[in-house]
Design a protein around this ligand. Sequence first.
Ligand code: SF4
Ligand code: SF4
Length: 424
Amino acid sequence: MENKYEKMWQDIGLDVPLHKELLESINKSFNATVGAQQNRPLGMKYFDQVLHESHGGRVAELIENKARGNKTVGTFCIYVPDEIVMAVDFIPMPLCGGTNFSVPYAEKTFPRDICPLVKSTLGLAFSKTCPYAPIKSMAVGETTCDAKKKTWEILAKKVNFHVMEVPQKKNDLDKKIWREEVEEFKNKIEALAERKVTPEKLRQNIKIMNDKRRALQKLGELRKHDPPPISGLDALVVMQGALNDEPVRFTQNLNKLNQELEERITQGISPFAKGVKRIMISGTPSVMGNWKVHSLIEKSGATIVVDESCTGTRYYENLVTENDNNIDKQLDALAERYMKINCSCFTPNDDRITDAVNKVEQFKVNGVVHYILQYCHTYNVETLKLDAEFKKKNIPSLKIVTDYSEEDIGQLRTRIDAFLERLE
Ligand code: SF4
Ligand code: SF4
């Protein structure tokens, strides 16, 4: 049966038969993980839909926005301030890939031994199966890791590309550099839009993004309950949707879901029994298409109650000061908020360590799973510092280094089962 978006995909130059295979592969993985869960909140229907429409209805919205004279800006990291893009009615769109399907297309030209997130992203673009690649007007990279920053040099030859320098320390000088980067980014966006970012528009969009973060924070609070009213895998699906969906609509639907979750708590409804083992995921992001480790942990009988990652608390935990009506102050506030993100590219990154230990206490976590994408050296090495602190507090941890393939699933299941048995 022909998909209703087939013409749109053809028009934007996708390889339609290969794109069909990609969607089938993602659906298969979705059905075996997210779709296989029991006792899901009814409100998850919307977020499943966000996912299924990410290559359909959402792309159509971006094309409509373009027809109105507005543009899409592709991003690869939560350090890029969406508020500035939105202040000129552009749409920021994360381009990170979470599917193994596209990895071989990147490996044809790029080294195999780089992170699967980078390879999946590039593979989608190279195989003409990423619908965002042809419609974006600019891409914004950053200097958070070596694989990414060297990739930008190659992509910049082909597309309109801007690189933000994310400093690697958090001293006063670094904060000054970052503030300048944020201002330069604003100038770049203004040049592309051929209009100014006004304080009023920036204020409106700071509020929109803060409202989204508040709704995600509320979801985080509800997951503190024993048993949590929602699985960690479903919370991840919500988070993945946060990166793709129109933010006002997303927040409205998340507020509705949160209400339902409150009712489930009152009625004692949960996919888990009281006393279920509570896990914190800590480390690299799990972007759309990647449900592997979350699903394995919950199929083994534990639940994930918090994600200390960029598809978790690092995305939503800090708000931007609202109500400033002066562009300089607003840029100060944005730079300050984004600089608080504890990415492992910083050295030292002690705030992340303190924060992770606090989260274990706040969420009554029984054990931590370090989730590390293969070849992500900064997160991998940083587990040593985290584990030293966890050990002092008798917090058990398990390190999983993996890619997007299914080859290691059996081995991971055995290791996760053995780890869960160790937990009190
Ligand atoms: S882990 Fe670091 S590089 Fe990746 S999205 Fe988060 S802040 Fe950006
Ligand atoms: S997971 Fe690590 S290696 Fe991969 S893109 Fe993010 S920071 Fe870079």
